[in-house]
Design a protein around this ligand. Structure first.
Ligand code: UDP
Ligand code: MG
Length: 313
């Protein structure tokens, strides 16, 4: 980090967004130029395979406020944001997607709100223009997430937000391998507030998040902040033991009164299959936590930077 402060730094994680990026940067610069005290835009290229990196370089040549970092390989959206936050030096830091789904006008609104003595202002999506399936999945996820997380987390809010330097420093100093930015931001606490916006569709190209990737993101968000899934296993164990005890009593009564004549092949098979599945499920949940520990204890760097432009100059 250089000593020279700016008022606001905007972090843009970018992966193969050559069609959207130039327009978005123009729009952003138009808004940010009005901020007194200066601005910077940190584009983190998550190893794009299209012209994204040359666009970032060209943009830096015409406007040195636009800077770039390029990953050595694709490390994912969350690590791109994380790496970007580490490079910021603004009094305020904004995070937004580079596909046009997070409008610059809303970023500015959050920035102004944040200046009213808030630590964090996050955007809450009201009208999602996404498929029915995706909307249901999001709605379910955020509600479940809220239930199991031991601190307040807003519903329907992603990474799109503006926060103060202190929050950025807190995140930048972490050494987690799978940072879940929106969770860490909530974990910080302080004065936080949401503002609502209609989330538009991406301007061009396809989502880079497959359903599987989204589910992994959700799983990571749960595992990295909550022990509730582990506790649920204990509760499940107690419930199952209790039910099997009742079932045992029932069988005993049957044996003493009517006698059992080789009845119960179906129930035995069903029970074996059911508990086999349940066992695997439970081991899978524990495995998620062990996998996380495994990642962390190796102490490899979370990401590798290949090139950068305009950083530390
Ligand atoms: N992105 C990234 N690395 C990836 C996938 C996505 O940096 O591996 C960026 C992408 O360019 C965009 C943001 O993360 O700026 C959000 O991705 P996307 O729009 O595909 O996700 P969605 O909005 O569909 O959840
Ligand atoms: Mg998007």
């Amino acid at each position: 980090m250089s000593d020279q402060r700016v008022t606001i730094s905007v972090v843009l994680p970018v992966f193969n967004e050559q069609d959207v990026l130039p327009g978005l940067l123009n729009e952003l610069v138009e808004h940010l130029s009005e901020v007194s005290g200066g601005y910077e835009i940190i584009c983190v290229d998550d190893h794009s395979t299209d012209d994204t990196w040359s666009i970032i370089n060209a943009q830096h040549q015409t406007n040195p406020h636009i800077k770039g970092v390029r990953f050595r390989r694709n490390f994912g959206h969350q690590l791109a944001i994380f790496a970007g936050i580490r490079q910021t030096r603004g009094e305020f830091v904004g995070v937004m997607d580079a596909d046009g789904q997070d409008p610059p006008a809303v970023l500015m609104e959050m920035f102004h709100k944040c200046q009213d003595d808030y630590d964090v202002v996050y955007a809450v999506r009201t009208n999602r223009k996404e498929s029915f399936f995706k909307r249901c999945a999001y709605a379910l996820f955020y509600r479940f997430y809220k239930l199991i997380i031991p601190f307040p987390v807003p519903l329907d809010s992603g990474d799109f937000s503006v926060f103060r330097r202190a929050v950025a420093d807190f995140i930048a100093e972490l050494e987690e391998h799978r940072p879940f930015i929106r969770g860490l931001r909530s974990w910080y606490g302080g004065q936080q507030i949401g503002i609502e916006y209609d989330r538009p569709e991406r301007r061009s190209g396809d989502t880079k998040y497959s359903v599987v990737k989204l589910m992994l993101l959700g799983l990571n968000g749960a595992v990295s902040f909550s022990k509730v899934p582990l506790r649920l296993i204990s509760v499940l164990g107690i419930i199952v033991s209790f039910l099997s005890f009742i079932y045992g009593l029932y069988l005993l009564a049957l044996k003493l009164t009517a006698g059992i004549n080789l009845l119960g092949w179906t129930s035995t098979t069903v029970l074996i299959v059911f508990f086999g599945g349940l066992n695997l499920f439970v081991v899978g949940i524990i495995g998620e936590y062990i996998g996380d520990i495994f990642e962390e204890v190796k102490r490899r760097p979370a990401f590798l930077v290949d090139q950068s432009v305009g950083i530390n100059e």
